[in-house]
Write a protein that binds this ligand. Structure first.
Ligand code: SAM
Ligand code: SF4
Length: 360
């Protein structure tokens, strides 16, 4: 296995993804934790998540919000409701609010721009948007309105698998990678990420995903397990991408920790959340283990409770009943229990000195 100061090759990443020896894995956890400590410190950034609309025009084969799921009651929050949640984020001391939704074209360009302007005018928060694949003109307008960051997971770097599980809106759709590059050009801090253990996703494909995180120079990287939803083609088995025996990567907690730890090693200064999906498959201490194996961000849920259960991306989602206050208290005590501290301020990516010089 490579030593701590040697950059990981694609082969090393693949070997670690196959590693199941608990003693050797302890080395990986310690290496990722130390890299996290040296590069982003012991503080944890809290980003308040507001799920502003469950309406979606897409047919992603993995997601419970897909347009084809007719058993879901849809909602769209009003601008006033969103501002109430944003003020709650300020009251709890969070530095960022994340506005997330399905690809809902009822969230028009001007509607979103005005919400962003109001949040920036009324609060000191950084604003992160996660509204799916939108036009370059919309992304530009929202940046001009004050949005600081954009999250758009590429989900898997395997183009054949992505096309199967995420049907394009039209034949000429360019996909998510060109949009990520465009977001960078617009001056957003850019986040992306993957699901781990998608049917048809191999170990090698995850190794390539992690290598791509390095190449894309992402500021934020979210990694969670794929959790089957019974009202989706991947959940029912109606769509079953297959790979040769022994190649399928599992959607286990352990696999997610390995991907998080390796991601920290290839992107030492990125902001990496310990995701809600991870907390869903290990409600007892998945979040904490994620934080101890490379992650440095948590995303407490600020969606009003009456909407929360309607934003059912996957079943059994953690924190579906808790109020914002309960979530805030719970996360703070979990952070204290592992000896870490809560960061103040918006908590953007702090590039290492050498990189800043090169970029300026
Ligand atoms: N619509 C936007 C988009 O697709 O980027 C943002 C909302 S979408 C629900 C946010 C993320 O949820 C997706 O990027 C995907 O990784 C994750 N997700 C969706 N279905 C999931 C599932 N069944 N298991 C785990 N994560 C899932
Ligand atoms: Fe819609 Fe995003 Fe879910 Fe796809 S992943 S169905 S775009 S909410």
């Amino acid at each position: 296995m490579p030593r701590m100061n040697t950059p990981l090759t694609l082969r090393d990443i693949l070997d670690w993804l196959h590693e199941d020896n608990p003693e050797r894995l302890k080395t990986l956890w310690a290496w990722a934790d130390e890299t996290r400590r040296q590069n982003v410190g012991d503080t944890i950034h809290l980003r308040g998540l507001v799920e502003i609309s469950s309406r979606c025009s897409r047919q992603c084969a993995y997601c419970g919000l897909r347009a084809g799921n007719q058993s879901l009651t849809r909602y769209r929050m009003s601008p006033d409701e969103i501002l109430v949640s944003a003020r709650q984020a300020v009251a709890y001391g969070y530095g960022t609010v994340v506005l997330q939704a399905g690809e809902d074209f009822g969230l028009s360009c001007e509607w979103v721009a005005e919400v962003v302007r109001q949040i920036k005018f009324q609060t000191p928060l950084a604003v992160t948007l996660s509204l799916g694949e939108r036009t370059e003109a919309e992304l530009d307008a929202w940046r001009n309105a004050g949005a600081d960051r954009y999250l758009l997971r590429f989900e898997t770097s395997d183009p054949g698998l992505f096309e199967q599980i995420h049907p394009s809106r039209n034949q000429h759709a360019a996909g998510r990678l060109p949009l990520l590059r465009h977001l960078k050009q617009l001056g957003y801090e850019v986040g992306s990420g993957i699901m781990v253990g998608l049917p048809g996703q191999t170990y090698e494909s995850i190794a390539r995903d992690i290598d791509l995180f390095r190449e894309l120079d992402l500021d934020m990287i979210g990694i969670g397990p794929f959790i089957p939803h019974p009202q989706t083609p991947l959940g029912t088995g109606e769509l079953k991408p297959v790979v040769a025996p022994g190649l399928q990567a599992p959607n286990t907690e352990l696999m997610v920790y390995k991907a998080v730890a390796l991601t920290r090693l290839v992107r030492p200064d990125a902001n990496i959340p310990s995701t809600t999906a991870l907390a869903t498959i290990n409600k007892r201490n998945g979040r904490e283990l994620g934080l101890q194996r490379g992650a440095n961000v948590l995303m407490p849920n600020l969606t009003p409770v009456k909407y929360r259960r309607l934003y059912e991306i996957y079943p059994g989602k953690a924190c579906i009943e808790e109020t914002g206050t309960a979530c805030n208290g719970c996360l703070r005590s979990r952070i204290n229990a592992i000896g870490r501290h809560i960061a103040r301020g918006p908590g953007g990516r702090k590039r290492r000195a050498m990189e800043v010089e090169v970029l300026c």
